[in-house]
Ligand binder design. Structure first.
Ligand code: ATP
Length: 261
């Protein structure tokens, strides 16, 4: 059996004397879209940084496709909380930035060619030469996601990519991301995603599995599996199964917030 796309085992991280996450274990199977919801400051970004190889856990292990991420950045495509587009680079050059770095480095020409092919699929056709400041908020996030896709990694670590967007733009991006996800599931090694959000509805619309974290130091306090077929339209949020799952997640969040460590 092949290794899970993402594997965290008993991960604990303490910044100085501040415990951020405590004993977190979770797997993401190949092809799965998995979300983590939790209150602000509970250590969600810390977990992604450990998986991105940017932070060594105080204890425990982290692996992407079976390879330890400790001191090994670039095994997964990582989109940090701020989109970090470089304002002095045009959209096309921002898109190819990750592809020219990291483990699966492509040549500049290859990366550019692949990016140009995907600009339309990412709703950015015609904006290849634009500056980031000329793009809308939704376009900037799609461009940052395109950059993450172009790293070539089968595993995407997405830290609240839609957190700063208005509700309508966010809804459009949910539809778009689901369509993109369905397209990519046909690939020989399907993509997997670990997605951070504060928004329970967003987690349930997009995910196969949703984990709930408690207040700091974050622990996994509940896990819900979502069986709904994709694509899931906005109306899915009114189905009985969705409402049941949402009530459970909100309850787990409340209980996790009330926990004192
Ligand atoms: N470099 C650091 N030094 C000290 N404490 C830190 C550092 N980075 C994060 N922390 C603390 O660790 C805790 C977890 O931070 P983290 O950013 O992982 O949480 P988060 O769940 O992603 O938060 P948010 O949802 O607000 O983005 C927070 O209390 C934060 O203040």
């Amino acid at each position: 059996m092949s290794a899970p796309a993402v594997e965290l085992r008993h991960v604990t991280h303490t910044y100085g004397t501040t415990p951020a996450v405590a004993d977190v274990s979770l797997d993401v199977s190949a092809g799965d879209f998995v979300s983590i919801v939790g209150p602000s400051g509970c250590g969600k970004s810390t977990l992604l940084k450990v998986l991105a190889g940017l932070l060594a856990p105080t204890s425990g292990t982290a692996a992407i496709q079976g390879a330890s991420t400790i001191d090994r950045p670039g095994l997964a495509g990582y989109m940090p909380q701020r989109d970090l587009l470089l304002p002095w680079k045009r959209a096309i050059d921002n898109a190819t930035l990750g592809a020219e770095l990291g483990d699966r480095r492509a040549t500049k020409a290859e990366a550019r060619q692949r990016a140009l092919e995907l600009f339309e699929r990412f709703g950015l056709a015609g904006f290849e030469q634009s500056w980031p400041s000329e793009l809308s908020g939704g376009m900037r996030q799609r461009l940052a996601l395109l950059r993450t896709f172009l790293t070539g990694s089968r595993v995407l670590l997405l830290d609240e990519p839609f957190g700063a967007l208005d509700a309508i733009t966010r809804r459009d991006l949910h539809d778009w991301l689901q369509a993109l996800w369905i397209d990519h599931l046909g690939e020989s090694v399907p993509r997997s995603a670990l997605f951070i959000t504060h928004d329970v509805d967003e987690a349930l619309v997009l995910s196969d599995v949703v984990h709930v974290m408690s207040a700091r130091p974050g622990r996994i306090v509940d896990t819900v599996t979502v069986d709904e077929q994709r694509p899931r339209p906005a109306s899915v949020t009114t189905s009985a199964a969705f409402i049941r799952n949402k009530a459970r997640l909100l309850d787990s969040l409340d209980r996790g917030r009330a926990t004192t460590h």
